[in-house]
Design a protein around this ligand. Structure first.
Ligand code: HEM
Length: 453
């Protein structure tokens, strides 16, 4: 392991923003809210009133709960259609092309924004309020920064490392279900299992204290909302409280590891040799992304799977009879009801996409959940079929250089988590109305009442 003696982080790197004068904090929060969510909210609400599909998707609760009709209406307009947010695609081929294109990136070129917006972004910038989809998170960083961040952590997510985690994932799943054995009442499966398994697994892998898992879940649930544009003020403030609590925890955790590093990934990141070291901001962004992405997405895979298999009971029974089918079942759940519904890319140099010339600076919205139901790739795409031969061709983990780093781990948690659940509680049934999370980018359930049988 390439570690050196513990020492403070480098001071160099992206500007940390103005000194956090306590008296200015509410003004900065208001500025941040206005520029990141308030203005987009007004704009999107207007677009939704005009019937703009992306406006509806992001502002209308019913369309958020079930976006699939809207996706089909968009698909009927062609592979790349116009929307309030710019060009948007439901096409698997176009989404794949954009994700792999070297003329598209994840960064935003702020230099093109009006001066007032640029000032507001700078003034509102504060490490402790920074979410997982803000720089320098690798999710929104282009090469060479992206290459550097990803290389530093990818060792922990190689196929070999993932395979080595299987016994831990299985033990964790079984221990959670042990606690539920004998419960005859209705149980919220999200709270008791689907949310717990991913957070315990990622905490174990990153070496963060598992005892804090309820805190992580609370902070993460609030912060997940920041992935959606145009949040109402109250939800934004709750999200920011979650982010601040998470950053405060991380700061203390990094300090402890600098004094007394272990063998885990985070210890390695805080003690990198001088020439590789991450700035404080980069360290927060990287660990927060790994932690958040590790549990805020996989919970949705598990919940969506249980609801789909309850509605297709013959397929649940077939999987119980032949557990080798769980790999395919997980791919079909990822395709049919994708935990991450959309992402975006910015065109970095003028290029043609689906016959349309897109100038540099154009933001393209990629509806991954719609691409995964593209009839040109998946026959009878609205049908849920765990034996579908090409289910794995989905874009649920994105594509190109930002392809999900944790895809192997998520698949493992899905397969092991669902197999163990079906073995332990073969008669499990949904027992009440599952409630969707009020989110657009992420798609899953807030509560999932089940009777274990
Ligand atoms: C079912 C579960 C999951 C789904 C559906 C999912 C989906 C995604 C998607 C769609 C992206 C790329 C977004 C884009 O291209 O703009 C992504 C990136 C990422 N995911 Fe996942 N993810 C899951 C689980 C995980 C887990 C368990 C981890 C573990 C740490 C993880 C870590 C990451 C990281 C670090 C990135 C950023 C990669 C980069 O920018 O190079 N994900 N994920």
């Amino acid at each position: 392991m390439t570690t050196t003696s513990p020492r403070p982080p480098r001071a160099a790197g992206p500007p940390a923003g103005p000194a956090p004068l306590a008296v200015l904090r509410p003004v900065r929060t208001a500025t941040r809210y206005a520029v990141r969510h308030g203005l987009p909210a007004v704009y999107l609400a207007r677009a939704a009133r005009r019937g703009d599909p992306v406006g509806l998707l992001l502002r209308d609760r019913a369309s958020r709960e079930d976006p699939y009709d809207l996706y089909e209406r968009l698909r009927a307009r062609g592979p790349l259609s116009r929307s309030a947010l710019g060009p948007v695609t439901t096409s698997h081929a176009v989404a794949t092309e954009v994700l792999r294109s070297d003329a598209a990136g994840v960064g935003w070129d702020r230099s093109q924004a009006p001066a007032l917006i640029r000032w507001a972004l700078r003034f509102g910038d504060e490490l402790d309020a920074t979410g997982v989809a803000e720089p320098p998170s690798m999710l929104v960083t282009d090469p060479p920064g992206h290459t550097r961040f990803r290389r530093l952590v990818s060792r922990a997510f190689t196929p070999r490392a993932t395979l080595a985690s299987e016994p831990m994932v299985q033990r964790t799943a079984e221990a959670l279900l042990d606690r539920l054995t004998g419960r005859g009442d209705v149980v919220d499966l999200v709270e008791a299992y689907a949310a717990q398994l991913p957070v315990l697994v990622i905490a174990d892998l990153l070496g963060v204290p598992v005892e804090r898992r309820e805190d992580f879940l609370r902070w993460g649930a609030a912060a997940a909302a920041t992935l959606d544009p145009g949040l109402p003020l109250r939800r934004y403030l709750a999200a920011e409280r979650g982010l601040r609590a998470m950053h405060a925890f991380l700061r203390g955790h990094f300090d402890r590891l600098r004094r007394d590093p272990g063998e885990d990934l985070v210890s390695r990141l805080v003690t990198l040799p001088e020439d590789e070291a991450l700035t404080e901001r980069e360290l927060h962004a990287t660990v927060m992304l790994l932690l958040g992405a590790g549990f805020e997405t996989t919970v949705n895979l598990l919940g969506n799977a249980v609801v789909l298999l309850d509605a297709h009971r013959d397929q649940w029974d077939a999987l119980r009879a032949d557990p080798a089918g769980w790999d395919g079942a997980v791919e079909e759940v990822l395709r049919h009801d994708s935990p991450v519904q959309l992402t975006g890319r910015t065109i970095t140099r003028g290029t043609e996409v689906a016959g349309t010339r897109l100038p540099a600076g154009t933001r393209v919205t990629l509806l991954l959940g719609a691409a995964n139901r593209d009839p040109g790739v998946f026959g009878d795409p609205a049908r849920f079929d765990v034996t579908r031969a090409n289910a794995r061709d989905h874009l649920a983990f994105s594509g190109g250089i930002h392809y999900c780093l944790g895809a192997g781990l998520a698949r493992l948690e899905g397969v092991v988590g669902l197999r163990v659940l079906s073995e332990r509680f073969p008669r499990l049934r949904v027992a009440g109305r599952p409630v969707r999370r009020d989110l657009q980018t992420l798609r899953g359930f807030e509560t999932l009442p089940v009777r274990l049988g």
